[in-house]
Structure formats: C-alpha cells, structure tokens
Design a protein. Structure first.
Length: 492
C-alpha cells in the first residue's frame, strides 16, 4: 500500500472514530474522580444540605447556603458522595455530547472545526486544573446552557422551542446565578442576528421560558414560609459576597469599581459588534458575545477558584474551530491570551494535572497504598473519616452535632445534620451568624461537638460555651471531639 492510500485510509478512520477517541481520553481523565476520598469542602456542603432535604428540612429557612436550589436537589437525589460523583461523571459525558452537537450546528461546512472544538472542550472541562473532577455547580450548569444555545442555533420558528431554550437557561441559573449572564449573551446574540420583529418574538419567548422555572421556585418557597430566606441567600446575599474579597479596593455604589469597569468593557464590545454587525459572521457574533458575558460572570467575585472558569470553556473551545473555516483567525489566539492573562492577573489557583493522575493510577496498580493515596488530597483525610465514623457510631440518626471548622464532609459522612443553619465556619463569619449559632446551640445543645484546632480561638463565645458545658472526648489528628457534660447548660 503506497503512502497516499495509507494516508487516505488513516484519514477516513480518523473521521469515523474520532469521537470515540475523545471519549476514551475523557474517560482516562475523569475516572480518578470516582475514587477520590470525600474531602472537598463545597461538596460537603452540597451533600449536607441534600441530606437535610431528605430528612424534611426546608432549604434556606432551616439550613443555609448561598446558591440556588438545584445543586442541593441533585445532592439529595444522590444521597452519598460516591453517587454524587457518579452523577457528575455521567452528566459530563452528556455535556460533551451536546457540545459536539452544538459545534456541528455552528460549523456545518467544515468537518475539522467541530472535531478540534469538541476535543479541546472535553479535555479542558475534564482536567484537574479547572476542577472538572469536582461536583461544583459550574460543571452541572454547562449542560443546560449548551442545550439552550443549541436550540437557538437551530432557528426553529416554533414557540415551544424558544420557551424551552429559555427554560434551559433558567435551569442553569438555578444551579448557580452567574449562568444568568449566559442567558443575557443568548439574548444579545439573537438581537445581533435577527430582524426586530423576529427578535421580539424570539426574545419574549426566551424571557418567558426563563422566568417560569424561577417563578416556580419562588412559589414553592413562599408556600414553605421561606421566600425571604431563599431570595436573600440565593440572589440578594450574593451582592456583598461579590465584594467580600475586594473590600480594600475602590467601590462605587457598593460594588468594586473594577467589576463595574469590566461590565463597561462587555457593553462596549457588544456595541462594537452591533455597529459593525454586517462584517461579522454569526459564528463570530456568538463566540465573542458568549465569551465576554461568561468571562464577566466568572470574574464577578474576583475569587481565584479555577472552577469559575469552566463557564468560559464552551465559547473558548468553539473559537478554536474558527482557525479552519473563517477569516477571523486572530480571534482564538486573542481569547486564549485573555484566558492566560485572567489566570495571571486574578491569581487563580493552579491544580497540576500530572500529579493528580499519577496519584490515582499509581494507587490503581498498587504502587501506592490507600493511606498514601488519601494524603495526596488532604493530610486530614484519615482524621475526617475517623471523626465521622466515631460520630456515626456514638449518636442516633436523628441526633444533630456541631462542627466548628470548614470540614462539612463530617456531617455528610456521619449522616448527621448541624445544629443551626450553617455547615461551615466561613459561612458563620461571612454572614455574621455568630449570635444565631450560639443561640441554636443553647436551645438545642448537641451531645457532641467537633472542633478543628485551627479554628479553636476564632469564636470566643463558642469557646466559653464549650468550656462550661463540654469535656474533651477523643482527638483525631487536628480534629477534637467534645462530649456534653450532663446537666443544665450554662452560658454564664
């Protein structure tokens, strides 16, 4: 067989089986996530609130976190850490498949553009650097967002599809509020690509579709006497949260000036695209609009958590497809440079990939024992599990405990709920919940308190409460468990 025939055959096989190759690589990258120990703080919060839902508590009223409800509902369905990660695992492959479908709609005339875009998206969204292995809201909101854009690009004239697209963006927002900016990007894109009469029809149905799921949650929480807590925690309370890491920066109207400046840049870019809209292809309009709005959303709080940047990966990956079928070849390079600059300027944390993968696969082939494998994630891993087992075996399922620190996994692993609404120390601090927490402890003193050594001195009223009413019981590394002294609770 000559070289040309061999090359043609390899090319044919590549185009036939490339997606299977992408799935296999993604499987290699994501498989370790199914076998991690339960140490990640945010997942501990989600599963603790999910556990509270399963036991009949009302979100926000009886137990607190600052995200919309869908993530906690999903955690409640999962019930435990391993199933929660399994749901993420399956969800991620569904997200990659829908991105694959979206890329073919966006680039219908070039085979290579969807291939390179899908491969890049599946890789970036699965690696440890962007925390693709963790069941955070950003990983879940990508699927309905991508589905929403896919429906819009199908350009169906039927009202139900526009309503459905709006509802999908709403579901993404009910995982986490920044997804609302993807919906804004969708409205902006429709405005840029349709005449005014069509735009009014399409946009009105998108908005109605978006409002209905949110309205359903409002009606539900109102029926549970939890509307004020819901709106405050999931939406309004996020405004001071956004500026909590930038309090030393210049403020305007209670918001960081840098945030307002980034918003102005997004508006100016949209205005530029609108003025010169006839010079840009629909692909460029979508990618630039989506990327700019999603980047603004990812930087809302200016916090350096890499999973925030998951939101910008779909438009960034799609932009790379323009290398192969459009004259605007500079755009992918510019967007990649923006991402790199964002990492540097905002000092995003970096999680290396090779050590993460080596840790799991070395454990898989018995080069590492379980203790060595667990310690890679957190030196306190063994202590967390030991404390959870101790609590589970020394309390009844209906008993509540209190953990002072940022290890909510102890609640979820032990199957016990917290006294009071808060699951972690930083929530009590950020939302000024000290007095509420002490009051809850006085009214319903648990038999066991779990105190992390590093937080021992940061809650003086709690220290006094423990000194007067509890005795040390057992210690696991830096985690100490206290047992209540029998008799009347003393606070003076």
């Amino acid at each position: 067989m000559d070289g040309k025939k061999l090359g043609a055959r390899i090319k044919k096989l590549f185009y036939k089986y490339w997606f299977i190759l992408v799935i296999l690589i993604t499987l290699f990258l994501r498989l370790p996530s199914l076998f991690e120990p339960f140490t990640y703080g945010d997942e501990g919060i989600y599963l603790t609130l999910g556990q509270a839902l399963r036991k009949g508590l009302i979100l926000y009223r009886d137990i607190h976190d600052n995200k919309p409800p869908l993530l906690y509902l999903l955690a409640a369905v999962a019930g435990e850490f391993s199933r929660f990660r399994l749901i993420l695992f399956v969800w991620s492959f569904a997200t990659i498949f829908m991105f694959y479908k979206l890329s073919f709609v966006l680039f219908p005339k070039n085979k290579l553009s969807p291939i390179i875009s899908t491969a890049l998206f599946s890789f970036l969204s699965s690696i440890h650097s962007f925390e693709g292995n963790v069941a955070n809201a950003e990983n879940f909101m990508l699927l309905p967002t991508i589905l929403g854009f896919w429906l819009i690009l199908k350009k169906s004239g039927q009202k139900k599809y526009w309503l459905l697209a709006g509802a999908l963006f709403s579901l993404a927002t009910l995982f986490k509020f920044p997804a609302a900016f993807d919906f804004t990007a969708a409205l902006a894109f429709v405005f840029l690509t349709t005449k005014i009469k069509k735009f009014l029809f399409q946009a009105s149905n998108l908005v109605i579709g978006f409002i209905l799921p949110v309205l359903a949650t409002i009606l539900y929480f109102a029926s549970q006497n939890a509307l004020n807590q819901y709106l405050k925690a999931a939406f309004f309370q996020n405004l001071p949260y956004l500026s909590s890491w930038t309090q030393d920066k210049i403020q305007a109207g209670g918001l960081p000036l840098a945030l307002l400046s980034r918003g102005l840049l997004v508006f100016l870019l949209f205005l530029f695209i609108f003025i010169f809209r006839k010079k840009f292809s629909p692909q460029v309009k979508l990618i630039l609009t989506w990327f700019s709005f999603s980047l603004f959303a990812a930087l809302l709080s200016a916090r350096p958590y890499p999973h925030y940047l998951l939101q910008i990966l779909p438009p960034l990956s799609l932009s790379v497809g323009m290398f192969y079928c459009h004259r605007e070849k500079l755009i992918p390079g510019v967007l990649i440079m923006v991402l790199v600059a964002t990492f540097i300027i905002f000092k995003f944390w970096y999680y290396p990939n090779l050590p993460y993968l080596f840790n799991y696969y070395a454990y898989l082939v018995k080069f590492k024992n379980q203790d060595q494998y667990f310690k890679f994630f957190d030196p306190q891993t063994e202590a967390i599990y030991q404390a959870a087992v101790y609590i589970k075996t020394h309390t009844s399922p209906s008993e509540k405990i209190f953990v002072w620190g940022n290890q909510p996994a102890i609640y979820a692993l032990s199957g016990r709920l917290p006294v009071g609404r808060y699951t972690v120390a930083y929530h009590i601090k950020d939302y000024h919940g000290y007095q509420e927490t002490i009051k809850a402890l006085l009214n319903n003193p648990p038999r066991y308190l779990v105190i992390l050594d590093e937080y021992r001195q940061s809650f003086p009223d709690l220290a006094i409460f423990i000194e007067r009413n509890y005795l040390p019981q057992i210690q696991f590394n830096q985690i100490q468990i206290f047992h209540k002294i029998y008799g009347k609770i003393r606070n003076q």
